[in-house]
Design a protein around this ligand. Structure first.
Ligand code: ADP
Length: 477
């Protein structure tokens, strides 16, 4: 079974968020299911730099303004197809934004080009490696089925579109229809028109053969006005077509028993103490009676950081500590810097630091994920794996991956973390209070930590689910 995974980011080459983790883990996870995945990525600087002797697969003379070449190389454990198009991708700054943090004005075209080449590869006759299934990730890959039906109206590979976060939809003015090479007849409410604009994500939602998202709860939430971000009607119309398949984490990369990035490797919760001490030393945090909470995140409204700013003072007063690592909205960066300046119990690191994130997860007692919405969430899974108790909002994938330490779960000995609802500052404050009390009850606390470490967080069962959908898609194509 040949699958082309089309994505704008992929670990270990380029990452801004969880999409990269998932795109990077799927090929390995699915190999055992007999699925051969090739990953198509834009040729950003940091990607083309990694290629040593790629072979040329396809050339497009006019790929939205200049030549684009599809290159293939096996590198970093991936079968990688790189779209080499310097006019679109060879730029300073981040993959989505210029050095000052503003989105590149031609992002719609940059990712339309990615979709165009995915479609070309899928439509190709002859000896080229041709996918049987297209696995499209987020709006950046979502125009692929539209182009494919233009290029190859008859038989063509089936497509699965996975929504990693519906907050990002790839909206552009209708005047760009021609620039994006989109047929005007598709610009209707049943097609890619969205309140007068073009929506790349909607194009994929209405044309992909199947749609999935990254947790069963988020799949249900997406069909509601509170979470669908204006696309709830489109999602609801697809009904049971929208599948929820939980993300996993790479349990070889995230393994407290073998992690080279942490202070002391451990197989049981007793081993956490050394890491906690090392983390406190590194971050300049003093000894304290209460739990040390860590948080690793993009600093955006989605992640509920304003709720934390409101809830955290009483937690600190009760002996708790907070270590935060993240970057994002300037107002949150400033607010957390101020919080740490005003309290010796708070450490704030602004930036992106993979190795520090490992040390924080190994050294923390608890990991916070107070998101307003969370398609799946990965840091709570990392927390579970390291016996670092997740404290999460009851939403999306957070609802599906943590077992709340309520009295019944404690009595049954199955709790793995704490969940709070409503997702408000008050709800979070209560959860932090509950955390404090559980932490001071050594038996309950040790049980939760042990359960957390034993929770299944790998890809095994989800990989089988993806493999099953791929097979269904091939049979029905
Ligand atoms: P999202 O994709 O919405 O950003 P996820 O929880 O799905 O959220 O995935 C975020 C990923 O990015 C996780 O692997 C997390 O550890 C990582 N991450 C986020 N911010 C940082 C940071 N500042 N430093 C290191 N890793 C980070």
């Amino acid at each position: 079974m040949r699958v082309l995974s089309v994505t704008s980011e992929c670990v270990p080459l380029v990452k801004t968020g969880g999409l990269a983790d998932v795109a990077g883990a799927l090929p390995g996870a699915l190999a055992a299911e007999g699925v051969e995945i090739r990953t198509l990525l834009p040729g950003y600087r940091q990607v083309t730099e990694r290629l040593s002797a790629p072979s040329e697969v396809l050339v497009e003379w006019d790929l939205f303004g200049a030549e684009g070449r599809l290159l293939f190389e096996r590198t970093d454990g991936l079968d990688l197809l790189v779209l080499d198009a310097p006019h679109l991708y060879d730029r300073p700054g981040s993959i989505y934004a210029d050095p000052s943090g503003r989105d590149w004005p031609d992002n719609a075209v940059r990712f339309a080009a990615l979709c165009w080449m995915a479609a070309r590869l899928a439509a190709e006759d002859g000896d080229a490696w041709r996918p049987q299934v297209l696995h499209l990730h987020d709006w950046q890959a979502a125009l692929t089925p539209v182009y494919l039906s233009q290029m190859a109206p008859g038989t063509r590979p089936a497509s699965l579109l996975t929504i990693h976060n519906i907050a990002f939809q790839g909206l552009v003015p209708a005047t760009q229809l021609g620039a994006l090479r989109l047929p005007p007849e598709g610009f209707t409410p049943a097609g890619y028109e969205y309140y007068g604009q073009i929506s790349a994500l909607k194009a994929g939602l209405v044309t992909a053969d199947r749609v999935s998202t990254v947790s069963p709860t988020y799949a249900r939430e997406l069909a509601t006005a509170d979470f669908g971000m204006g696309l709830e009607g489109v999602l609801a119309a697809r009904g049971s077509d929208v599948l929820g398949i939980l993300n996993g984490i790479d349990t070889a990369l995230w393994d407290p028993a073998r992690d080279p990035k942490i202070a002391g490797r451990y197989k049981t919760i007793r081993g956490k103490a050394k890491n906690k001490k090392a983390l406190r030393d590194e971050l300049g945090l003093p000894e304290a009676d209460g739990p040390l909470c860590v948080l690793i995140s993009r600093l955006t409204q989605q992640k509920g950081l304003d709720l934390l700013l409101e809830a955290v003072p009483s937690f600190l007063e009760e002996g708790g500590q907070l270590a935060l690592l993240g970057s994002g909205a300037p107002e949150f960066e400033v607010a957390f810097k101020e919080l740490s300046a005003g309290s010796s119990q708070v450490s704030v690191t602004i930036g992106y630091d993979e190795a520090l994130s490992h040390r924080m997860i190994a050294g923390g007692d608890a990991i916070l994920v107070p998101s307003r919405f969370e398609p799946c969430g990965l840091t709570q899974l990392m927390g579970l794996r390291y016996g670092t108790v997740p404290v999460v909002a009851l939403t999306g994938g957070l609802a599906d991956t943590v077992i709340d330490a309520n009295p019944a779960a404690l009595k049954a000995g199955v709790a793995t973390g704490l969940q709070f609802h409503p997702v408000t500052a008050g709800g979070l404050a209560q959860a932090l209070d509950r955390l404090n009390r559980l932490f001071r009850n050594p038996d309950d606390w040790a049980t939760i930590q042990r359960n957390a470490m034993a929770a299944p967080v790998g890809w095994q069962s989800s990989a089988s689910e993806y493999a099953m959908i791929y097979r269904e898609l091939v049979v029905s194509a």
